[in-house]
Design a protein around this ligand. Structure first.
Ligand SMILES: Nc1ncnc2c1ncn2[C@@H]1O[C@H](COP(=O)(O)OP(=O)(O)OP(=O)(O)O)[C@@H](O)[C@H]1O
Length: 348
C-alpha cells in the first residue's frame, strides 16, 4: 500500500489587506511508497516547501487530501497527534536554527521520544542506537550546538528525526547550507540509513546532483503544479515535459556559468503566483505552446507506468503513433531554449 498519498493539494496564502491570494499550490497530486525516496524539484517558489510543511502538519492546506498509511490526515483532528509526529519526521535546511543554543545536542536528539510511550531504559537504548547510526560519539552529542560544525549538527538533526523510527522523513534542502564535503557525508548517511531502516524520504532540493544520488522517483513542480513525476532514471535520461528538460539539462552542462545561464534561459516572464494565468502555468515560457495550453491544465500521460507528464502538446503527440521521434524533438527544442539565455562568447 502507498505510504503517503497527496491528492489535489491546494494552498492559497492570504495577502494581508488585499483581496487576492498567493496561489502556492494548485492541485498537487503525488504518492510515496514505503522505503522509497521521492524528490521534489523545481525553481524557487514552485511550492516544494509548502508541500513538505503540509505533509508534516506545519501548514494547513486550503483543500485537498493527505492520506498516510491508509488514513486521511486531518489538520484539526490527527495530524499533530503524538502517533503521527513519531511516524512522520522532518529535517530542515539550517541545522543551527533547529537546536536550542543553550541545550546539549543530546537533549534535542531525544526530544521526539516524548511522542512514544517507552521506558527510560528504552530511551537510553534508542539514543545509543541512533548515535551509532549517525556515527556521533556520545561526548560530541553532549556538547552545545555552537560547538558542532554545520555538518555535524545536520547529522544530529537527522538523528533526532530517526529516533522514533519514522516511516517517513521530510527533508527540506538538508544539504544546501553545507560545504561539499559535509554535503557528501550527509547524502551518504541518508542512503545508508534508508537501507538499514527502510524509511521513506520526501526529499526537497534545488540541487539536482544530490537529487540524482538519492532519488527513486522525482516530482517536478512549477508554480504550484506538478509538471512531471516518474522514476529518477527516466527523469534524468529521458524527461518528457519541456520544463523538466530544461531543468535536467541545466545540471548536465559542464560549465558552471552555463549551468546558471541554462536555468535562467527557462524564463521569459515567470507569472506571478498571485495572478496565475489559466491553463498550463508554463505556457508563457514554453517553446511548444499551443493555444489550447492557455485554456486547460493537461491531464497526465502514462499514469499506468507510474510516469505522469502534464503537457498537452506531449499528450497529443504521444497519441499519434507515427511521426518523428518525440524525445529528439523535445530535446532539440529544449536545446534551443537553453541557448536563449547564453552569452555568445560562452563555450557551447
Ligand atoms: N507564509 C506565506 N505567506 C505568503 N506566501 C507564501 C508563504 N509561504 C510561501 N509563500 C509563497 O508560496 C509560494 C511557494 O513557496 P515555497 O516556499 O513552497 O516554494 P519553494 O519551491 O520551496 O521555494 P524555495 O526553493 O525558494 O524554498 C511562493 O510564491 C512563496 O512566496
Amino acid at each position: 500500500m502507498t505510504l503517503l498519498s497527496v491528492q489535489d493539494l491546494v494552498k492559497h496564502f492570504p495577502i494581508s489587506g488585499a483581496s487576492k491570494v498567493v496561489k502556492a499550490l494548485n492541485g498537487v497530486t503525488l504518492g510515496i511508497e514505503r522505503g522509497e525516496t521521492l524528490s521534489l524539484v523545481g525553481e524557487s517558489g514552485s511550492g516544494k516547501t509548502t508541500v513538505g510543511r503540509a505533509v508534516v502538519g506545519l501548514m494547513e492546506p486550503t483543500s485537498g487530501e493527505i492520506v498516510f498509511d491508509g488514513k486521511p490526515l486531518s489538520w484539526q483532528r490527527n495530524i499533530r497527534s503524538p502517533e503521527l509526529r513519531g511516524r512522520i519526521q522532518f529535517v530542515f535546511q539550517e541545522p543551527a536554527e533547529s537546536f536550542n543554543p543553550r541545550e546539549p545536542v543530546l537533549r534535542a536528539i531525544m526530544e521526539p521520544l516524548r511522542y512514544l510511550a517507552i521506558s527510560r531504559h528504552d530511551r537510553e537504548v534508542r539514543l545509543r542506537e541512533v548515535l551509532e547510526l549517525i556515527r556521533m560519539p556520545l561526548a560530541l552529542a553532549q556538547r552545545l550546538p555552537g560547538d558542532l560544525s554545520p555538518g555535524l549538527l545536520q547529522r544530529a538533526a537527522i538523528g533526532r528525526a530517526i529516533i522514533t523510527r519514522p516511516d517517513l522523513v521530510v527533508l527540506d534542502e538538508p544539504t544546501s547550507a553545507l560545504d561539499p564535503t559535509a554535503r557528501a557525508e550527509i547524502v551518504d548517511l541518508l542512503r545508508n540509513l534508508q537501507r538499514k531502516l527502510e524509511t521513506a524520504y520526501l526529499f526537497i532540493s534545488h540541487d539536482l546532483n544530490t537529487v540524482r544520488f538519492l532519488s527513486d522517483r522525482i516530482c517536478v513542480l512549477y508554480l504550484g503544479s506538478v509538471m512531471e513525476v516518474g522514476p529518477a532514471a527516466k527523469l534524468f535520461n529521458d524527461p518528457r515535459h519541456p520544463y523538466s528538460l530544461g531543468l535536467m539539462d541545466s545540471v548536465l552542462l559542464p560549465h558552471p556559468s552555463l549551468r546558471t545561464a541554462a536555468r535562467i534561459s527557462l524564463s521569459g516572464e515567470i507569472p506571478s503566483p498571485v495572478d496565475l494565468p489559466s491553463g498550463c502555468p508554463l505556457a508563457s515560457r514554453c517553446p511548444l505552446v499551443e493555444s489550447a495550453c492557455t485554456r486547460e491544465m493537461p491531464a497526465s500521460d502514462y499514469p499506468e507506468t507510474g510516469h505522469r507528464v502534464h503537457c498537452l502538446n506531449h499528450h497529443q503527440r504521444a497519441n499519434r503513433t507515427q511521426g518523428p521521434d518525440q524525445f529528439a524533438r523535445f530535446r532539440e527544442l529544449s536545446d534551443a531554449m537553453l541557448r536563449q539565455g547564453l552569452p555568445l562568447n560562452e563555450p557551447a
